[in-house]
Design a protein around this ligand. Structure first.
Ligand code: SD4
Length: 337
């Protein structure tokens, strides 16, 4: 699909949400894609460990995670530290510091983490703390709970030693002010290069962990929470089977409990690629699905180290670091019209 058609489709359908922020044109995106020699992949054969995969183009994050894995570190540390790279990156306007705010100008973060034992921790609607993924890990390790929200999550973070700070950067504040002039959602399908980060890793012991962190939809309603901190929707890890993480319009992932679905499909014998494809089909094949208005993408890995990724629309990508190669892999997609 060329750019004009892409935008036309979006304009005609009229009801989508801006997922993320960098509304890069397809042409720009295509040239970026070529620069990074991304290739469309269907699936990958049995792999050498360790390995790490992440949503979108986040080579610094996967490099950080791989450094930990190569040094003999565990997958849990790897995914946490990898995600922190993007949370601290103020240029990424949909994760951590510098994330685009909600309609009222508040930056609110969602994150979760899951380990090889099936333990998990999550924070929703967290404000003023950059490293939401690390707060989620603290919830997992230091509390009897799985999920903390809002002010409680913030106070827990502060009492755990996290420094409160203003997450709304000048760039994001300006973007919000510009948005407020019309203050309406424009249905431009998410084709950004870099977004919510979801990361999955297998360490040298063959153990899996995963994490996911985001500032959610730009200009969402106050109080809105997406899929990213919801165990089973934004992320699921089963150390016997595999793991999956989602990106895109969280409402659609929530409605299909997407990441749990992908892991369960792998349990039934599907490859990570086949499982991601079936989970996307569950969304697009719903009666009256308006899938042309939004993007959803999944990445998955199984216990054997095979990986897969699939999205509704073009330009979703996965970053994969394995065997010394840290590469962006363009994902296959459903909507080929
Ligand atoms: C959300 N799934 O809050 C997140 C946003 C995202 O690419 O992943 N954008 O719905």
């Amino acid at each position: 699909m060329n750019r004009r058609k892409f935008i036309k489709n979006s304009a005609l359908t009229g009801a989508g949400l801006a997922v993320g922020n960098s509304l890069i044109s397809c042409e720009e995106k295509a040239s970026k894609t070529n620069e990074t020699s991304a290739t469309i992949t269907e699936s990958n054969s049995k792999a050498n460990l360790p390995l790490v995969i992440a949503t979108w183009h986040v080579k610094e994050a996967t490099a950080k995670a791989m450094g930990i894995l190569q040094a003999g570190g565990n997958a849990l540390d790897a995914v946490e530290q990898g995600c922190r790279i993007e949370e601290a990156n103020e240029k990424g306007q949909s994760v951590g510091k510098g994330g685009l705010p909600d309609r009222d100008g508040n930056v609110t973060l969602d994150a979760c983490i899951m380990d090889k034992h099936g333990n998990c921790g999550s924070v929703v609607y967290l404000q003023n703390i950059t490293h939401a993924v690390s707060v989620a890990r603290k919830v997992m390790e230091d509390t009897p709970h799985v999920m903390l929200a809002g002010e409680g999550a913030k106070q827990f973070a502060i009492s755990s030693g996290f420094e409160p700070e203003d997450l709304l950067t000048e760039a994001s504040k300006n973007a919000w002010k510009k948005w407020k002039v019309e203050a309406k959602y424009k249905p431009i399908i998410n084709i950004e290069n870099h977004d919510t980060i979801g990361m999955l890793a297998i360490d040298k012991n063959g153990d899996l962990s995963g994490a996911c962190t985001t500032s959610g939809l730009a200009y969402k309603m106050g109080g809105r929470v997406g899929d990213s901190p919801i165990i089973g929707s934004g992320l699921f890890v089963d150390n016997e089977i595999g793991a999956c993480v989602a990106t895109g319009l969280g409402e659609e992932v929530l409605k299909t409990v997407g990441s749990f679905l992908v892991v369960e499909l792998m349990r039934q014998g599907k490859s990570p690629q086949q499982a991601c494809e079936e989970a996307i089909l569950r969304i697009v094949n719903k009666p009256n699905s308006n899938f042309k208005d939004f993007q959803v993408g999944y990445i998955a890995v199984n216990k054997q180290g095979e990986t897969g990724s699939y999205a509704i629309h073009q330009w979703f990508s996965m970053t994969k670091f394995q065997d010394g190669v840290n590469e962006q892999i363009q994902s296959n997609f459903y909507n080929k019209v």
